[in-house]
Design a protein around this ligand. Sequence first.
Ligand code: 5GP
Length: 203
Amino acid sequence: MKRHLTFPNPMLVVVSGPSGVGKSTIVAELARRHPQVVPIVTATTRQRRPGEEIGVHYHFLEPAAFADLRDSGGLLEWAEVHGNAYGTPVDQVRGILAAGRDAILTIDPQGARAVRQLVPDAVLIFLMPPSLEVLDARLTGRGSESERERALRRHNAAAEIAASDDYDHVLVNETGQASEVAELIWEVVQAEARRDPPRQVRI
Ligand code: 5GP
């Protein structure tokens, strides 16, 4: 038996997809079921929404603090998403991989593209909505954006879906199937961690 079948490599996993597809829900479910997978808490300049906790949902930073972190090389990638800045703290990712666990990033498609360039052996997963109509209904249902913001997110979704071929895996996030989709991602991660030749995640 090959050594990496017994000692799988820690993976850097990116879960991306259009706004409202359910990335956060699926990743939270995955981490709850499989503590081997650790979600990265990213940084943002966006205002905190009711119910969001500092350091749990995001590191909420003032624009100047975000710029300092970015300019000092503290972010693996960063992007402007729907008018706010978001970025992935690189130290967090390194720490999780060094501990032999899988780091999972829930980021927008610009971020996924940046990670592909920087870390070619990262595993990129695209979460696809069952349809644009369902995506629209989910965005409206969560009620956290204004009609104007929703229109922008809808507009971006079509282009993001068109670019889903660039991902290693495309999974449809069927309504009411969070556990099943989380398990599918877990199967993908396990298979990728045992791939031959192994993925070499260097950050
Ligand atoms: P929201 O404001 O709705 O929480 O997130 C907006 C979008 O930003 C979502 O698609 C979310 O996945 C993405 N996002 C969150 N953190 C990061 C990050 O560190 N980098 C990038 N590129 N996108 C992020």
